[in-house]
Design a protein. Structure first.
Length: 256
């Protein structure tokens, strides 16, 4: 029930706020809400119903006679989760609007963010006592993988196929915009080629992205990665573009 309340708080807020402001593009249109319900309904009826009971369920005291269906703590957790998800969506939405992006792209960014937030809420609410990673290790629920793979696959179809994207009134996203929608706080780009980094900087400026969230390093990537490891730097996602094959013996040390 926590998941159901939280996800609809986010959907309700994302639908209502642009209407109240007036000159903002609508975030969720009917077809997009239907898409979200295709995730929510199987999650409630299949995924959560297939979960094992929490390991400490027998340690809980009996429910009091006359106790309300929604206790204050559970309702507060659901509202906090929903408001947090909504804040992420509105944060991406405001960033897209303030950077002058067209309405379809603004809608795409907000839609991808709310879909990913929906999946995150599913993972968080699988157990009331186990952390997300521990629940993955200790609980064998194949329906979780099905809902994640199916949702991400459908999202890819909608976002990458022009016909589907137009039907949903969405715009194409650049790779950096995908990272923003996924919640990237910062991006570090490392390359041994100065001109390649200059071209990347130019792309950031042309797309109106926040340059303060981008870090650049012109260095031998193999040595630079070792340096980052020594410094204890950690990253949520690494995109590796392998170098070309060495055309001459002089470039052999940089070959892939």
């Amino acid at each position: 029930m926590t998941y159901l309340i939280a996800v609809h708080v986010a959907i309700f807020g994302a639908s209502l706020v642009p209407v109240l402001v007036g000159d903002w593009p609508l975030v969720l249109l009917p077809l997009q809400i239907a898409f979200l319900e295709f995730i929510i309904d199987p999650a409630c009826s299949i995924v959560f119903e297939s979960e094992d009971a929490d390991p400490r369920v027998m340690e809980r005291p009996p429910r009091r006679v006359g106790a309300p269906l929604f206790d204050r703590r559970g309702l507060a957790v659901a509202l906090l989760q929903g408001v947090g998800s909504l804040a992420a969506v509105l944060g991406v939405f405001l960033w897209a609007v303030s950077s002058g992006r067209p309405a379809p792209v603004v809608r795409s960014l907000a839609f991808v963010t709310i879909v990913l937030g929906n999946l995150a809420l599913i993972l968080v609410n699988r157990s009331g006592s186990l952390p997300v990673l521990r629940a993955f290790r200790e609980r064998r629920n194949p329906t979780v993988k099905w809902i994640l793979a199916g949702s991400l696959g459908l999202l890819a179809v909608v976002m990458l196929l022009p016909g589907a994207r137009e039907a949903f009134r969405l715009g194409a996203l650049a790779p950096t915009e995908w990272l923003v929608a996924a919640g990237a706080a910062a991006v570090l780009s490392a390359d041994s080629s100065g001109p390649a980094l200059q071209a990347a900087r130019a792309n950031v400026a042309l797309n109106g992205l926040d340059e303060t969230r981008c870090e650049w390093a012109e260095a031998d990537v193999f040595k630079y990665l070792r340096q980052l490891r020594r410094e204890g730097r950690q990253f949520d996602l690494i995109v590796l573009d392998p170098p070309k094959f060495a055309p001459t013996s002089r470039s052999e040390e940089h070959k892939s």
